[in-house]
Design a protein around this ligand. Sequence first.
Ligand SMILES: [Zn+2]
Ligand SMILES: [Zn+2]
Length: 345
Amino acid sequence: MGEPAPLPQPTKVCRTCNRELPATRDYFGDNVGYRKPDGGRYLRGQCRRCCSRLGKERDSRARDVAREVKAAAGPAKWVPRVVGGDGPEGGFTEHPDDGYRFVCVPDSHGYLIDEEAASAALAFVRYYRPVRIFMLGDHVDFAAISRFDKPPSDIDRIGEDVAACVKLLKAVRESAPGARITYLKGNHEARFARFLWKHQEVAALFKAEGMDLPHLLKLGEVNIEWEESGSIMVTPALMVKHGHMVRARAGYTATGELERNGISGISGHTHRLGQIYKRNRTGMMTWVESGCLCKYDPDYMDGQLSDWAQGLSFGTVSLKGRGFTVHTAPIIKGRVKTLAGDIGE
Ligand SMILES: [Zn+2]
Ligand SMILES: [Zn+2]
């Protein structure tokens, strides 16, 4: 009897390089994702050489994206402070009456900003000298990352979109160097988070790089606070928010918000300008829809007439009690129309 013929060694073909190799751990390694019914491991589908080459390629791609993110957004320099509902503390500066003035800057929508309306709003800020400014949200449009169908040209314009927001914030800061400025997150800013949910590898990278939307918008450079919740209690009787509700006509949303919240407030979001008052046994309440600073005819309106109104809202908050005033002012042909006359460049 001779020696028994050696058993043929089982082999396995690498799915990436197609080499036929011995089906052993030395050549393939464990597939950590799945277990055999008996608890053992399967071999990987590709050989060790391919695994490590692909891993290196992935790492270098990740480094490229990291570089792009950094180049686009600048290094993280500033940790945004999330503001609580702490009223006027920190916002008060010397003022001729016993309160402080504030201005609300409504929806400008990034690259859809109407420069003439925005510069009128800035002229109003310089005239009124508020100690608090509320950026009401939707100061980027983020059409490029929205869930709606969009032309490729909108995607190309995402850089312009963010740049327009950064430029506006800088101009607001220059118009009110000493003011406490708070940026309330709107639904268009929220598109960014939703985009990251869908692209978790980019989200992980942003996290690793200490990047987030307030950094992307360079809020640290102009010392603007970020309000993630999109709403702030200015006093126990007055809130400011971006808002989500949209009803058909100017004032209808204001009515809905007042009914829902049960206190006075100011919102943006509808691009309509209106103010309503309501009295009950607790006293007089008001709600303001603050208009917009964006163009009246963005492409997605498709030639329809929007019933929006460019404008802003402003007022005073007493430091003695719950008292406040709120007003609206339309912007017509680059002039803010108020009781004091029309203000503009
Ligand atoms: Zn909005
Ligand atoms: Zn808006």
